[in-house]
Design a protein around this ligand. Structure first.
Ligand SMILES: [Zn+2]
Length: 87
């Protein structure tokens, strides 16, 4: 599915259910944050049209973006789900 670049405001509301091209790296929380971390899952999300990186944390409080909180679209993109039980 190819998308053409559209002219228009760059910073309009982002309400796409299936957002932009995205790269997701799932990381080992203990390797990144230390063995004592309470974070259960960690992911790094980058959108092709952004220069920033979203760090997504999943812990007992929920899933949230380090910069933008639980409302960040990168939370959905990360695929992390704290409710999913780990063996
Ligand atoms: Zn974010």
């Amino acid at each position: 599915m190819k998308r053409r670049k559209r002219k228009g405001p760059r910073f309009g509301p982002q309400i796409d259910l299936f957002p932009r091209e995205v790269a997701v790296d799932h990381l080992d929380p203990r390797a990144v944050l230390g063995a004592r971390t309470a974070v259960r899952q960690l992911a790094r999300v980058r959108y092709a049209d952004e220069t920033i990186t979203h760090m997504i944390f999943a812990d007992r409080h929920g899933v949230y973006c380090q910069e933008h909180g639980p409302q960040c679209s990168a939370v959905l993109s990360s695929g992390l789900d704290v409710k999913r039980k780990q063996a």
